[in-house]
Write a protein that binds this ligand. Structure first.
Ligand SMILES: Cc1ncc(COP(=O)(O)O)c(C=O)c1O
Length: 413
């Protein structure tokens, strides 16, 4: 087993105890398991083995350079969602041909950079974007490969903020509009449609929406081929969820078993853009108790040195994360609201948790914080971005140092 396990009373990451890591590097601190990242990446790759596929890890989930490099070394390609992520991908060693560029609002500068680099595909989200890619490519005398992101009007049955495949969501092009749009695009000399793309949401834990999206892609690819537009790949996006609370959810093999029989019918290679499924359980956020006080009923407020600035998911998506003392305690249990230090009542990591009565200074782990944790961190209240540590081959290595106030103020006049 890789990742975060107890060794006796103490929580460890791949056998390396967390308490000494926190003592050495301070808190709040993100800790990642290199072995868990590798195992999770390989599980997806293995599940789709035997069918032509390319995994483009979604950098938006966690793009710390060392993590991006680790995934590249494992054989991954990259899904970049901004000019910044393209540049991080390049610095991590991905070649332009290994990058797909996604995103609902790409600026002309970002598109021009992607065109100049010659990324594998720009996943376009509107006819207006196709026109801009065409014009920018014409200025450069090149033909740019694009994939058309469809909006299949699928309910991903996930939190509304991370549902992206309904017609009321801002993403993609309505399915019914795509054939005519592709026919018009054939007249454009400087773009070539090489793929169709769908991404219907994140933290998806039922397979039907993913099957529905796959079916929409396959049917459309066939209709387009019949009308003279032959594409090369179907990009099925990311979205496969993880279990934050221990309840059973589909794994990579279940996912492949569900979608491959559908995708095979098109006979096209596939692109996958997993983010969360690769990295969420491979990371934890370590935080120490600053204060404990009565909450006015029988609960306690446990005030941590990490909050919404280090992990915004509970506040933004009402997301559940397991919160555990790093060293198990025999203190009697009490219902606790585990909160951060920020000046917002929504700055809460977990409500009504039964925990051994916490003590000031005690170290806690917020589990499954590898995805959409550090990448969504902020400097609100002038807080400083935490350090990040990667546990690899029995040792903990700092992969991002803690931000200093000087780093922050360096940008200011
Ligand atoms: C286009 C696209 N691809 C991939 C992903 C990664 O999703 P996830 O982390 O749920 O796998 C996202 C995230 O929302 C996305 O917008």
């Amino acid at each position: 087993m890789t990742g975060f396990q107890r060794e006796g009373r103490a929580l460890a990451c791949d056998g390396v105890a967390l308490e000494p890591i926190a003592a050495a590097h301070g808190t709040p601190l993100y800790v990642y398991s290199s072995a868990a990242i590798a195992a999770r990446y390989r599980a997806i790759d293995g599940a789709f083995a035997g069918y032509p596929h390319a995994i483009h890890y979604a950098l938006k989930a966690n793009s710390t350079l060392a993590i991006a490099r680790l995934l590249r070394d494992l054989g991954s390609n990259a899904d970049a969602n901004s000019g910044g992520e393209i540049d991080v991908a390049l610095r991590a060693g991905f070649t332009p041909g290994q990058i797909v560029f996604t995103g609902v609002g790409k600026t002309n500068d970002e598109l021009a950079r992607a065109i100049d680099l010659g990324v594998r595909s720009i996943n376009v989200e509107s006819e207006g974007e196709i026109a801009r890619v065409d014009a920018l490519s014409r200025q450069r005398g090149v033909r740019t490969t694009i994939a058309v992101r469809i909006n299949p009007d699928v309910d991903a049955r996930t939190h509304p903020h991370i549902s992206t495949g309904l017609k009321t969501n801002k993403f993609g092009i309505p399915l019914g509009d795509v054939p005519a749009l592709c026919a018009r695009t054939r007249d454009r000399a400087n773009v070539e449609i090489v793929g169709l793309h769908a991404h219907v949401g994140s933290q998806i834990t039922s397979l039907e929406p993913l099957q529905h999206a796959a079916t929409a892609l396959v049917d459309l690819a066939r209709a387009l081929a019949a009308a003279g537009t032959s594409i090369r790949h179907l990009d099925i996006g990311g979205g496969l969820g993880v279990s934050y609370d221990g309840s059973p959810v589909p794994d990579a093999q279940d996912y492949a078993n569900a979608v491959l029989p559908i995708l095979r019918q098109a006979g096209l290679s596939i692109v996958l853009e997993p983010g969360r499924h690769v990295i969420a359980p491979a990371g934890a956020l370590l935080t120490r108790v600053i204060d404990v006080k009565p909450a006015g009923d029988d609960r306690l407020f446990v005030i941590m040195d990490a909050g919404m600035t280090e992990l915004i998911r509970p506040m933004m998506y009402n997301a559940f994360h397991r919160i555990e003392p790093v060293v198990r305690s025999d203190a009697p249990e009490n219902s606790c609201d585990v909160v951060g230090p920020l000046c917002e009542s929504s700055d809460t990591l977990g409500r009504n948790r039964m925990l051994p009565r916490p003590e000031v200074g005690q170290l806690y782990a917020v589990l499954d914080a590898g995805a959409y944790g550090s990448v969504m961190a902020s400097n609100y209240n002038r807080r400083l971005l935490p350090a990040e540590v990667l546990v690899e081959a029995g040792a903990a290595r700092v992969i991002r140092r803690r931000q200093t106030l000087e780093d922050v103020l360096a940008l200011e006049a």
